[in-house]
Design a protein around this ligand. Structure first.
Ligand SMILES: [Zn+2]
Length: 70
């Protein structure tokens, strides 16, 4: 039982499960995660902000965003 194993499908952001709300599976750099319709806009519009919070590799996603640092 590793901590990274996803036993129950839950939204990566709000943690609601598939019995409660529709979930869509996404992939990123070999990782799979699920997102509900309510949280999908975060992935679209605030990707660089939410991906570190979701423990997803942010390097590729951050490119193209306006770089605040530097
Ligand atoms: Zn959600």
């Amino acid at each position: 039982m590793s901590a990274t194993t996803i036993a129950t499908l839950t939204c990566i952001n709000c943690q609601r499960d598939e019995g409660e709300i529709p979930l869509t599976q996404w992939r990123m750099a070999g990782q799979r995660f699920w997102i509900c319709p309510d949280c999908l806009p975060f992935l679209i519009h605030r990707r660089a902000e939410v991906m570190p919070r979701w423990h997803l590799p942010v390097a590729a996603a951050a490119k193209g965003e306006n770089h605040a640092e530097g």
